[in-house]
Design a protein. Structure first.
Length: 233
């Protein structure tokens, strides 16, 4: 009796004998895990729908951030700074020289911080349309575009929340608000640098060297303001 009880206990502890045969194909009890379909897959669309909704919500928040940035920049009102007046005046002279051959009174390229034929001409054209306010509007548009590009590239590197945080932090900095209301080289040069950075991030998954498309904006940024070359590397 004792021997029989011992044999039954050993059988319970050891369990049923394992079979060396392994099924070649999954049977009825085998579970097959299926990953949800992507954007171009045939699976459920709830993931892509949620992503589209999150994208549109983040864009709406970005639009509100840009409105706040524009309002904070436009609330600053003062007369023309001496650099603004110099750049707009030289821009009008450059336009007269290019169109009518009027000689320039001086060599602006020898002491300007950027090419006289770039931003001064752009600012002078805006000044012809709407005066100093229009010339400053060019800088405001450039700074708003910089904020939008910063959000876009940060969103691609991380996610929507990080992109919105980056846009909020940048949009309320004193330098961003001040440059958005100043008709100088700085805002267009910063926008061109942000555009070049966005192109590099956007074309990173491409098989061909799409980052070379960032070369023209970088060259324009350095020509617009020579100090922008310090940020190119």
């Amino acid at each position: 009796m004792l021997a029989k009880f011992t044999q039954q206990s050993d059988a319970l502890l050891l369990g049923p004998p394992e079979s060396d045969a392994r099924p070649d194909a999954p049977g009825e009890s085998t579970r097959v895990l299926r990953l949800p379909g992507g954007k171009h897959g045939s699976g459920p669309m709830r993931f892509s729908t949620s992503s589209r909704r999150r994208t549109w919500v983040s864009r709406a928040v970005l639009f509100a951030i840009l409105c706040v940035q524009a309002a904070l920049s436009l609330r600053m009102s003062n007369t023309a700074f001496e650099d603004e007046a110099l750049y707009l005046y030289s821009g009008h002279l450059e336009i007269a020289h290019l169109l009518h051959g009027v000689p320039l009174p001086g060599d602006y390229s020898s002491y300007f911080s950027g090419a006289p034929v770039l931003y001064p001409v752009l600012g002078a054209l805006a000044d012809d349309v709407g005066g100093l306010a229009a010339a400053r509007a060019v800088s405001l548009i450039a700074m708003l575009g910089t904020t939008a590009l910063l959000y876009s590239l940060t969103r691609r590197l991380f996610n929507e929340r990080v992109g919105l945080c980056a846009a909020v932090i940048f949009s309320v900095t004193e330098s961003a608000l001040f440059l958005g209301r100043l008709a100088t080289y700085d805002a267009p040069a910063l926008f061109l640098l942000a555009l070049a950075t966005w192109i590099v991030v956007r074309t990173a998954p491409f098989r061909w060297p799409g980052y070379l498309l960032a070369a023209p904006p970088i060259a324009l940024a350095v020509a617009t303001k020579y100090a922008a070359g310090l940020f190119v590397p």
